[in-house]
Design a protein around this ligand. Structure first.
Ligand SMILES: NC(=O)c1ccc[n+]([C@@H]2O[C@H](COP(=O)([O-])OP(=O)(O)OC[C@H]3O[C@@H](n4cnc5c(N)ncnc54)[C@H](O)[C@@H]3O)[C@@H](O)[C@H]2O)c1
Ligand SMILES: O=C(O)[C@H](O)CO
Length: 323
């Protein structure tokens, strides 16, 4: 008998065909509405595996399952998993590392460029028909090349950003990470610093840590105050890693030059959010991995993880806390 799995969001046809070869399955096919939690609990009651993304996997959900062996998210970040609950119910949590690294690093570079050279701000200016006879200095930004890039969270994606920064833009690299990375230091002439020192030295500060109890609000009022008034903050990680109120205040006071954000405390960003009134921001709707090619690779990788787990194997991308 094939294992039974439930997929809580639409998936591409070829991914569905792969799942159909190995499992009996059902899918929530409505791309405009998330599956309600009560319905999800019912659907997972007899499932051996599940693919669900952007929804909490917590004690309440897991307690409602009888056979579940693996949950699979189509994302590398897995902050929606209650890891203690996964362990308690003997359910593997999986994610999709590696396949999105270059795509996310590309976007982060776009955010760096936009933040330094005011691309989003001046795009709005031109589109509003305001381009007149102002002096060149009205459009000055800051150079990216030969400046200092600080990465907070030097993991898989951080390394791809550094590659672009060092070899493309000849930037100096400083980083803050749990562990030292001697090979990376050698390859990219990178220097590991304490967080506060990185914040005061870097021209561009990229936040790329996972969201955990430890990293929640890692960048708050005090940390922002350490940054140069010419510095740009780029958050490509998760919204709650940065204290958004403190960031808005810093941008209003111009104690930092600008911020480029792909992630927010609340997504979608509320229509009355104060960030929307600021000129010195570049805002994107959580699109780090959003190319069709990468999205499909992530979907496939997540499907393989789910099928492996539902079939009683150890999935290839079990989260590190369960390895
Ligand atoms: N914007 C997007 O669309 C998008 C896309 C992909 C990933 N992300 C986010 O980026 C995160 C990083 O992805 P990754 O694949 O590079 O992960 P990774 O695990 O390879 O790297 C994270 C790094 O952060 C370090 N770290 C963790 N906690 C730390 C702390 N308290 N202080 C200092 N360093 C710490 C780890 O040691 C690791 O080196 C994901 O967890 C996800 O939340 C966002
Ligand atoms: O973590 C990830 O993979 C991205 O943020 C998409 O959710």
């Amino acid at each position: 008998m094939k294992p039974y799995v439930y997929i809580a969001h639409p998936i591409p046809e070829h991914v569905e065909s792969y799942i159909a070869e190995h499992c009996d399955y059902n899918i929530w096919n409505d791309s405009n509405e998330k599956i309600p939690k009560e319905r999800l609990k019912e659907e997972l009651k007899n499932a051996d595996g599940a693919m669900l993304t952007g929804q909490p996997v917590d004690e309440e959900l897991l307690a409602a399952t009888e056979n579940l062996k693996a949950v699979s998210t189509v994302s590398v970040g897995y902050d929606r998993y209650d890891i203690d609950a996964l362990k308690k119910y003997n359910v593997y949590g999986t994610h999709t590392p590696y396949v999105l690294d270059d795509t996310v690093a590309d976007l982060i570079f776009g955010l760096i460029l936009s933040g330094g050279r005011r691309i989003a701000e001046l795009h709005e200016y031109v589109k509003a028909g305001e381009w007149g006879v102002e002096p060149d200095s009205a459009f000055y930004g800051y150079d990216i090349h030969h400046s200092t890039l600080g990465i907070i969270g030097m993991g898989r994606i951080g390394e791809k950003i550094v590659q672009r920064a060092r070899f493309g833009f000849e930037m100096d690299i400083v980083y803050h990470n749990r562990s030292r990375k001697p090979e990376l230091e050698e390859t990219f002439d990178a220097v590991r610093l304490e967080l506060n020192e990185l914040l005061s030295r870097a021209d561009f500060v990229v936040v790329m840590v996972p969201l955990t109890d430890e990293t929640k609000q890692l960048i708050g009022e005090e940390e922002l105050r350490l940054m140069k008034s010419s510095a740009v903050l780029i958050n490509g990680a998760r919204g709650p890693v940065v204290d958004e109120n403190a960031l808005v205040a810093a941008l209003q006071e111009k104690s930092i030059f600008s911020a480029s954000l792909d992630v927010f405390e609340q997504e979608p960003l509320p229509k009355d959010h104060p960030l929307l009134d600021l000129p010195n921001v570049t805002l994107t709707p959580h699109i780090g991995s959003a190319t069709q090619k990468t999205d499909e690779e992530m979907m496939m990788r997540a499907a393989v993880n789910m099928v492996e787990g539902a079939s009683g194997q150890t999935p290839q991308d079990v989260i590190k806390e369960q390895r």
